[in-house]
Design a protein around this ligand. Structure first.
Ligand code: NDP
Length: 513
């Protein structure tokens, strides 16, 4: 019998038969089996829409991570030697299974993270399948090269898998990020130990089930949800892990770099951001309002690429803000599992409190709250971790213009000319996403070149595609996810020299004087 998901006493999902919380996998996935943590520890997983317990999951600790690494090591030679086309076939099969399980995955993701179900259905799940499909297609196209060297020699370059890689996934887009990390690693022949955030592990554990169903060999993928300080830390300092891929905060990224130094493992970091979304005086205002709202309010602003600084030309700022605030105030907050909901709760109570604290910080530094800055007073939302869409006007040096808030919280800054717009855009430590709204082609390309960011969207925001490299500069991290860059980052390069017909004279004269 299904345990229905309810909200305020009412069943809310359109298709309640798709998910049964009692059937959710809650154990560690190691060597192809779901098992309890060695010390039997568990972690409560809460529903952010009402603070109630969804389920308890096994809590991996260092010894569980060690077990997972051993299973991965055992699987590595088999996986690395599996024909690349076969590795690709399994990834394509996984993509198909994800599509077949779209509704269950979408509901799990919404239940666990607070993503509105309309977004989980149309974005998170399809993008996850598309990412596995892209890397499935690429598995047998990871080519080396032949280098033109001196006469008589053949020099060719091989791209080989690294071995066991550790992957640490945060709580904001757990399902999608699982595919961004697993896809390229597996296609290139690596084996994986992945730690989802203990706050949002459910969709990743469902992916583990589908990985088994698809027929991946045991031990190729191991999933160990647990706390960062224990399971995460062990992945970062493990001597038999060759690479760590991490998405999360800049401070934890720094800790990971330190922990990884023991065996000099490779590190790829996708960290915070403070995306400048610049609207010039010649922009299509309605398109920019629509795009800027998506840039900050999608997923309640919990996105590293969020357009969290709205940089407006002074000539159009008032007109823009009037429309933008009206749109922000019209966004429908509600239960994530309700198909009409446009914004759900933040993913955890601690994070909601942090986001709200920034409204106070803004005011203390002389900023002005134009709308929001508080939790909604709607009775049906009172137990969830909600924050109203918030628009704040401040100075470029204020904390709300410099620090990542990671919520539905946008800081408005005004500029008078291009030079000032660029100065503001490049004034933070971060450099991840950025946006430009203009109809001036030359200005658009000029800015795209000069802006300090790993990604720049022109007359759009937040476009992602598995083929397009994703990552940042400065304190937003290094290395790239997706595209050829990601595949290359999951390979070791080996240069092979062959003497084909070179005549090499003696190097030494054998003692002759
Ligand atoms: P963290 O960077 O602390 O957490 C991200 C992941 O890393 C979690 O799975 C976490 O586990 C794990 N982790 C924590 N400490 C360690 C460690 N020492 N070694 C290995 N792994 C570790 O971010 P928070 O969740 O605390 O969020 C804080 C801020 O980080 C947010 O407000 C936001 O600004 C930013 N952030 C950015 C993200 C992005 O997409 N770039 C994603 C998430 C957060 P655990 O949950 O147990 O701590």
């Amino acid at each position: 019998m299904n345990t229905q998901i309810s909200f305020g006493g009412k069943a809310v999902s359109e298709k309640n038969d798709a998910i049964d919380v009692q059937n959710i996998n809650t154990q560690l996935f190691i060597d192809g089996k779901f098992i309890a943590a060695k010390n039997g520890g568990t972690i409560d997983v809460l529903n952010p829409a009402n603070g109630e317990l969804i389920t308890k999951i096994a809590a991996a600790e260092a010894e569980d991570v060690d077990l997972a690494v051993k299973a991965a090591q055992k699987a590595f030679p088999v996986w690395a030697e599996t024909p690349a086309a076969e590795r690709g076939r399994l990834l394509l099969k996984l993509a198909d299974l994800i599509e077949e399980n779209l509704e269950e995955l979408a509901q799990l993701e919404s239940l666990d993270t607070g993503h509105p179900i309309r977004d989980s259905r149309r974005l998170d799940v399809p993008r996850t399948a598309a990412c596995f499909r892209y890397f499935g297609g690429m598995a047998d196209k990871i080519e080396g090269s032949v280098i033109p060297v001196e006469q008589g020699f053949l020099n060719y370059v091989l791209r080989e898998p690294i071995g066991v890689v550790g992957q640490i996934v945060p709580w904001n887009f757990p399902l999608m990020f699982t595919s961004w990390k697993l896809g390229p690693a597996l296609a290139a022949g690596n084996v994986v130990v992945m730690k989802p955030s203990e706050i949002t592990p459910l969709s990743t554990l469902k992916i583990a089930e589908l990985i088994k169903q698809a027929g991946f060999p045991d031990g190729v993928v191991n999933i160990v949800p647990g706390y960062g300080q224990t399971a995460g830390q062990r992945l970062a300092d493990h001597p038999d892990i060759g690479k760590i891929s991490f998405t999360g905060s800049t401070q934890t990224g720094r800790n990971i770099v330190n922990a990884s130094s023991g065996n000099l493992k490779r590190v790829q970091l996708e960290l915070g951001g403070k995306g400048a979304n610049i609207v010039f005086e010649d922009a299509d205002i309605d398109a920019a309002v629509n795009g800027a709202a998506w840039a900050i309010f999608h997923n309640q602003g919990q996105a590293c690429i969020a357009g969290s600084r709205l940089v407006l030309h002074e000539k159009i700022a008032d007109q823009f803000l009037q429309k933008f605030i009206a749109l922000a105030e019209s966004i429908r907050l509600g239960n994530p599992l309700d198909a009409d909901t446009e914004m759900g709760p933040l993913t955890s109570q601690a994070h909601r409190d942090k986001v709200l604290s920034y409204a106070k910080i803004a005011v203390e530094q002389g900023g002005k709250i134009l709308t929001g800055g508080v939790a909604p007073d709607d009775e049906s939302l009172k137990n969830g971790f909600y924050v109203l869409p918030t628009v704040v006007e401040a100075k470029a040096t204020d904390r709300v213009a410099q620090e990542e808030v990671f919520g539905p919280f946008v800081t408005v800054l005004r500029f008078k000319d291009d030079a000032e717009a660029l100065e503001i855009a490049n004034s933070t430590e971060y450099g991840l996403g950025s946006g430009l709204w203009t109809n001036n082609l030359q200005r658009a390309h000029r800015f795209a070149k000069k802006i300090k960011a790993g990604m720049c969207w022109i007359n759009s925001y937040k476009r992602v595609n598995p083929g397009s490299p994703f990552g940042g500069v400065g304190k937003s991290g290094y290395g790239r996810e997706m595209g050829f860059e990601a595949i290359h980052d999951y390979t070791e390069v080996k240069s092979v020299w062959v003497n084909v017909d070179a005549q090499i004279p003696p190097h030494f004269q054998r003692g002759e004087s």
